[in-house]
Unconditional design. Structure first.
Length: 139
């Protein structure tokens, strides 16, 4: 019960942050230097903001709802949301470098999602390879 509440709450917080950050970026990201995007395929923050809003925020929201609704796929949805978040962060750091204390905090939140999701029961439909990968067991 406590794990589900903590995981769902954390995923909700991640979703809200991604929605807010994505909206801010799509609105022009006032005060954020566009020089950070040098060497990237982006001229401004609108496309990265849209990706943040839809991919990171959407994945976290879907996972959060599945956790709170006790959906049997909540564990897998949580792992997927963590993978999207950590992938987003890795790409961000590769493009703009380390620029904010929020990057390591966000990485820690993604890893905490993985740790909490491991405590949820595995879905019977979940692939054994996925289940073993995230649970630390070898096939």
């Amino acid at each position: 019960m406590r794990t589900r509440f903590l995981l769902g709450g954390l995923l909700s917080f991640i979703a809200l942050n991604a929605f807010a950050g994505g909206y801010y970026a799509m609105a022009g990201a006032a005060g954020v230097p566009t020089e950070w995007l040098a060497g990237s395929p982006f001229r401004d923050y609108s496309v990265p903001g849209l990706i943040l809003f839809i991919a990171v925020g959407g994945a976290a929201l879907i996972a959060s709802v599945s956790v709170f609704l006790r959906d049997p796929r909540a564990r897998l949805a949580s792992f997927a949301a963590a993978a999207v978040l950590l992938g987003w962060l890795a790409i961000q750091v590769a493009i703009v470098g380390y620029i904010s204390w929020m990057q390591p905090v966000t990485a820690a939140a993604g890893l905490l999602v993985v740790a909490l999701a491991r405590r949820l029961p595995a879905d019977e439909e979940e692939s054994p390879a996925i289940s073993n990968l995230w649970s630390g067991h070898r096939a």
